[in-house]
Structure formats: C-alpha cells, structure tokens
Design a protein around this ligand. Structure first.
Ligand SMILES: [Ca+2]
Ligand SMILES: [Ca+2]
Length: 252
C-alpha cells in the first residue's frame, strides 16, 4: 500500500515535472513512461430532423473532426448530436501494469448537464473516418451499451479547462493494457448518457485537445517490462529502446 502511494505520487510528479522515465530499484523493476496519443479524433453523429435513437444507433457518423476530442451529446431545440472520440496508444511489452492515467487537456466544457466520461476499448480503426463511430466494444442498438468501462468514475462536474484532466484506469483498464502488451491500445471516449441510451435534454458535451495540439493526450503508464524470450531477467532500458519495446517518449 505504501509502495502504491509512493508510485501514484511519483507518477503525478513525474508527468508534471517532465521526467520521462523512472527506473525503480528493487526485485520487481517497474518503469514509468509517458505515451503520446496517435491517430485520434472525433466521430460525430448528427442528422437534420433525425430522432435521437436513429442518430445514436447510426452505423456511421455524420462527420469526423481530426483536430479535437469531443465527447457527449447535444439537444439543440430538437436537433441531436452524439460525439464519440477515439485514440491510439502504442504500448511496450509488459508483464504487469500497476497504474495508468490518461492525461487530456481540457479545451471546452459545454456540460450544462453533467455526465461521466467512459473509456472503453475500440477496435483497430486505422485512419479516423465516419465508420469508426461504431468500432467500440459492447455496442448495443436500442439499449445500453455493454462494453467494459476501463476508468474510474470521472464526471464533467470536476472538469478543468485550459488545464490537464486526469482519467485513471481501473483494474479492468490495467488488465486491458496487459492484454495489448507490445501492440496498441485503441480506446473510445464516450458519454455515460450515450452509453446508457439516454437522450440529451440540452448541452451535454465537452472537448479535450488531441494530438494535433501543443498539449497532446498521453498515457502515464507504470508497468513491469516483459522478460524477453531466452532471458531469465527483466531487460534493461537500453535493450527495450533498441528493440522498440519502449514507444517514443514525450514531454508532458
Ligand atoms: Ca458542467
Ligand atoms: Ca477508420
């Protein structure tokens, strides 16, 4: 518990202070790295005169925006919008993940009605396009989605703008990271109201900056590197970096 507390504090300080990596001494070595999002953007469901249900359950978005991450829903005098955002993070090879936080920079808070932001797994969506609107786990037409929620409760009531917001991965989120070891994590950010199939009454959306901005989304990941085949011990950082197992590090 003490170690966990120290790690959590170290993780926050490392991210904010600009430290790229910390190698902790001990029997089980852990690394703290910052991973920048790639290929991220917004898929927006909308249709003039369409019902909420038709827009929310459409097989394709009406438009995409590749310079922002918008999340939530809007009812503008009976005209509905649903905003879902996707992001990719390259992951190192790891045997465990002990802590992970998505740091996203708040750029606009239009949550007159507040909601929670959920992180769920997305499929490998390639380039951002309209069809990515539905490429997330547990999509259900006409009812609540069922995809596993990968983060602790995070509400727009606590949203910061022109500052970093932090969405913390829960146990299922950490398991998902390990399951994607050495590959990429694809996520969809969506509103709890969209997830629950609840039509908006007004303005229920917000926006984070994406990877085109100066303040790019990033995962701060605390993990134990996987032991390479043929080795009996955890690899050093130089091995991992030479073999591409540590993705490019970025300044917070
Ligand atoms: Ca609000
Ligand atoms: Ca795509």
């Amino acid at each position: 518990m003490l170690l966990h507390t120290v790690l959590s504090g170290a993780l926050r300080r490392a991210t904010l202070a600009g430290v790229m990596m910390i190698a902790l001494a001990g029997t089980a070595r852990a690394d703290l790295i910052s991973i920048q999002a790639t290929t991220d953007g917004t898929t927006s469901g909308s249709s003039a005169g369409g019902t909420y249900q038709a827009i929310r359950d459409s097989v394709s978005a009406f438009s995409v925006q590749t310079d922002r991450l918008t999340i939530g829903q809007l009812n503008n005098a009976g005209a509905y919008n649903v905003y879902r955002s996707i992001a990719t993070f390259p992951l190192p090879s790891m045997s465990t993940a002990s802590a992970c936080t998505l740091f996203a920079y708040g750029s606009s808070d239009q949550s007159t009605d507040d909601f929670n932001v959920y992180i769920v797994s997305a499929q490998n969506y390639g380039a951002v396009d309209k069809l990515d609107y539905v490429l997330f786990d547990g999509r259900v037409v006409g009812g609540a989605h069922t995809g596993t929620i990968l983060n602790n409760t995070w509400s727009t009531t606590s949203m910061l703008t022109a500052a970093w917001d932090s969405l913390i991965f829960n146990a299922a989120g950490l398991d998902t990271l390990v399951s994607r070891s050495g590959s990429s994590l694809y996520i969809m950010l969506m509103s709890s109201e969209d997830y629950g199939n609840s039509a908006p009454g007004g303005s229920e959306w917000m926006r984070f900056s994406n990877s085109t901005a100066a303040n790019k989304p990033r995962l701060s990941l605390d993990y134990t590197p996987a032991i390479p085949a043929g080795s009996s011990r955890s690899p050093g950082n130089s091995y991992l970096m030479q073999n591409g197992d540590i993705p490019p590090l970025t300044k917070p």
